[in-house]
Design a protein around this ligand. Structure first.
Ligand code: FE2
Ligand code: FE2
Length: 335
């Protein structure tokens, strides 16, 4: 069983082919930071961004500087430890590589966007010192620390605690915190700003979509094997967790938009987060709660275009390198 406190190493007969398929799909999507070009961004930062937009970007960089490392840390300490499927561990191996690639991407972002050494270290310390970034990190630590001492999932209560951690990182951290930040990036892209960051975000966005999809499939499998875990109380806790994640992300939004940015508002961002939250609830097998509409046309385009653009640009390299075809790659509804 998926949450048995033991180490299953048997891949034949394959018990969870869906996770092996996710692994195979995910290794078709390999990119490197050498393909990202921040040179035009540098000119935009110097000549085009107004001070209000510059503040927004500074906060985004501060969030991105450490966020993927946190996700990776939880993946290794908790997901990898407790999900008893060699197929899922293969996917997690690739996810860990993705997260390190994201860490490297945002290191490059810090180096390019913040030439001043003091500003660089301020970005890396933001999770401790900038209140709106700290709130997000503290939210992650709360769910990470809550299962710190969980060695063996030997009871229903312990399995529920682990499931909450899994749901937290998929739905709230990757599924809301990151999606909120992607929306700011695509808002800027829509204004013709920061094409390097937009390109990097296309690739990170696609990876995150896959990480969320894999975790949701794991949760679905756990739900099938352990229906007793998904009590009304657990679902209420998940709803409260998502509500809290929206509040935390909105505190970040208030900070990001402190000086006002024309075309964006906390009200619109709240609606977007509620729209994302409903998607996560449905993915979790729960009912929608917010019934919000996507208020950002540039994110609607994001839902359908990047894959096409990505493959138009890179399909040749992909076919050469990995024998991949456009049709053989599986993505979730975001693409
Ligand atoms: Fe990531
Ligand atoms: Fe991720």
């Amino acid at each position: 069983m998926l949450l048995s406190p033991e180490l299953n190493l048997t891949l034949r007969p394959m018990q969870y082919p869906q996770f092996f398929k996710l692994y195979k799909d995910s290794i078709k999507n390999i990119w490197t930071t050498e393909e990202i070009d921040f040179s035009i961004d540098y000119e935009h930062l110097r000549d085009k961004l107004n001070p209000k937009e510059a503040h927004l970007v500074k906060r985004l960089v501060a969030f991105f500087a450490t966020a993927d490392n946190l996700v990776a840390h939880n993946l290794v300490l908790n997901f990898y430890k407790h999900i008893n499927s060699p197929e899922y561990r293969m996917f997690l191996g690739k996810q860990l590589f993705d997260e390190m690639l994201h860490v490297e991407t945002y290191l490059l972002l810090v180096d390019n966007y913040l030439p001043d050494l003091a500003e660089r270290s301020e970005a890396f310390d933001a999770y401790k010192n900038i209140p709106s970034v700290k709130l997000k990190a503290d939210f992650c630590f709360k769910y990470m620390d809550s299962i710190n001492n969980l060695d063996r999932l030997s009871s229903t209560q312990k399995r529920q605690q682990f499931v909450e951690n899994l749901i937290c990182f998929a739905s709230c951290v990757e599924g809301l915190f990151f999606f909120g930040s992607f929306a700011y990036v695509y808002f800027l892209r829509n204004k013709g700003l920061l094409p390097g960051l937009a390109t990097a975000t296309n690739w990170v966005f696609r990876d995150e979509t896959m990480h969320i999809e894999a975790a949701m499939q794991a949760i679905q499998a756990i739900r099938n094997e352990y229906p007793e875990l998904f009590t009304k109380e657990l679902e209420e806790r998940v709803e409260a967790m998502i509500e809290e994640a929206i509040e935390v992300e909105m505190a970040f939004c208030e900070d990001v938009l402190t000086f006002g940015v024309s075309g964006l508002s906390p009200k619109l961002m709240k609606e977007y987060l509620c729209y994302c939250a409903d998607q996560r609830l449905v993915q979790l097998g729960m009912n929608k709660k917010y019934f919000a509409k996507n208020p950002f046309p540039f994110m609607v385009l994001q839902d359908v275009q990047p894959l096409t653009n990505f493959f138009e640009k890179r399909v040749t390299e992909y076919q050469k390198g990995f024998g991949a075809s456009k049709e053989s790659v599986v993505f979730n509804e975001s693409f």
